[in-house]
Design a protein around this ligand. Structure first.
Ligand code: UDP
Length: 253
């Protein structure tokens, strides 16, 4: 049974990063045909959820949704139903590579520009000599190339397909092609390959610990300000939902 906390309709799983890696291991060891799809859900996805039918279909068809971002954790706190920790794409990828290196899992890396994808995969292989990289492709392709990529992934049957196309592009791409992707597990990792390749710097640990990684992103990539406008909208709506629920629960008590 899924132990979930619903935030503005999106069902988040009560799970840690290590717990997610354990689930991934179970799925890899299973004989499943359809990929196990994990979404690391951020406030942007939550705000779009009610407005975009396709996102509702995607979320309904997703196997696990983790809280990606301090906003989601805060919203669960307001609801007095605390989610244990942030499970971000970049952290999940790092832990999955660690476990994959211990177990000899196979991977396919899709996304980012060609130079970044190539460099990131080289760095990953160097650090994790025991994983198998079945293939890789950059994230800029036309319809014809896309068909070839899907066919290639399907033939290579990787344990894990990493999709670094940005959110929610990756989630939409996975959903649309799920039945043709012969991978056991798949998830989007946003701009993680850019971070691994050194093209984008992640916030220093202290910023992450202080829960202001979003501020670091805004300062280092100011062009993202438009996307971050969604954060106050999310906070307002999630707070409103929590207040309503708390009042309602109090009345019931
Ligand atoms: N990207 C891609 N194909 C596209 C558009 C974007 O592969 O058509 C890649 C882009 O190069 C970057 C990642 O997707 O590596 C997006 O990173 P971003 O930080 O915007 O994603 P987020 O973490 O916000 O989901």
């Amino acid at each position: 049974m899924r132990d979930i906390v619903k935030i503005l309709g999106v069902p988040f799983n009560r799970i840690t990063t290590d717990g997610t890696v354990d689930i991934i291991e179970n799925q890899i060891n299973s004989d499943r045909k359809k990929p196990y799809h994990i979404i690391t859900g951020n406030p942007e996805i939550v705000v779009s959820y009610k407005k975009e039918k396709v996102l509702q279909d995607i979320i309904d068809d997703t196997d696990l949704i983790t809280p990606d971002g301090v906003g989601i954790i805060l919203a669960s706190k307001w609801k007095k139903d605390l989610l244990p920790e942030r499970v971000t794409g970049v952290d999940l990828l790092a832990r999955v590579l660690d476990r994959g290196n211990e177990r000899g899992w196979s991977f396919y890396f899709l996304g980012a520009d060609e130079e970044t994808n190539k460099k990131a995969v080289e760095i990953i292989k160097e650090k994790n000599s025991n994983i198998v990289v079945t293939g890789r492709h950059n994230g800029f392709f036309n319809k014809e190339e896309e068909e070839k990529i899907i066919e290639e992934i399907s033939n290579l049957k990787p344990d894990i397909l990493i999709v670094a196309l940005g959110a929610p592009r990756a989630e939409k791409w996975i959903y649309n092609n799920k039945l043709r992707l012969n991978a056991k597990v798949t998830f989007g990792v946003g701009g993680s390959l850019d971070v691994i390749a050194g093209k984008v710097k992640r916030a220093p640990l202290i910023w992450q610990k202080l829960n202001i990684e979003w501020l670091h992103r805004l300062l280092s990539q100011p062009s993202r300000w438009r996307r971050q406008l969604v954060l106050p909208v999310f906070a307002w709506k999630a707070f409103g939902e929590a207040v309503k629920e708390n009042v309602f629960h109090k009345k019931e008590d």
